[in-house]
Design a protein around this ligand. Sequence first.
Ligand code: GRF
Length: 211
Amino acid sequence: MLDEQPRSAARTRVGVLISGRGSNMVSLAEAARAADYPAEIALVVSNIPDVVGLERARGFGIATATVDHRAFGKDREAFERAVDAVLRENRIELVVLAGFMRILTPWFVQRWEGRMINIHPSLLPLFKGTHTHRQALEAGVTEHGCSVHFVVPELDAGPVILQAKVPVLPGDDEETLAQRVLVEEHKLYPAALAEVASGRAKLVGGVVERG
Ligand code: GRF
């Protein structure tokens, strides 16, 4: 079993998993440029080759890797063992999911429990799963937003670290609402990562303990 909690003294080595454009990864890489930021974005891994996010990561001088899930057919755990090996080879201490569109098995989640976070474009526990902006519009809510949470085996059910709210405005469609939420995501994720990487927010007994 890997070390329990990220060391708070040195900058925590972070591995970001992406599947596409990587705009959240970019907001984390920009935040990590600050000398006092408690995390270093040491690696970006994609399950799809040649996505824009990999190019953007290289633009920051960040190491990248591709583990193409299609090469593993239906064997999810074999794919995850390959991802896990790349993370360990790079001495990654904390995994950040940023637009990573693969559902992870309990094997991988338990291996990184307490050291893996995700951003979800809704105010959890509302609107789990996909098409969250459509769900919000169909529900007629007046407030929507995004959440950063610890990852647990149950999808989108991990304890929330931080959230940000936006208004739902008359005339909003999925695109306009998604854009408004994305602006908040790019501010929220660097703040939430700093909380975890510094040790100020920890997953203890299934809840977020703040210190
Ligand atoms: C974001 O809206 C995130 O909340 C969701 O997927 C989208 C990824 O965007 N999980 P990007 O790849 O970070 O630009």
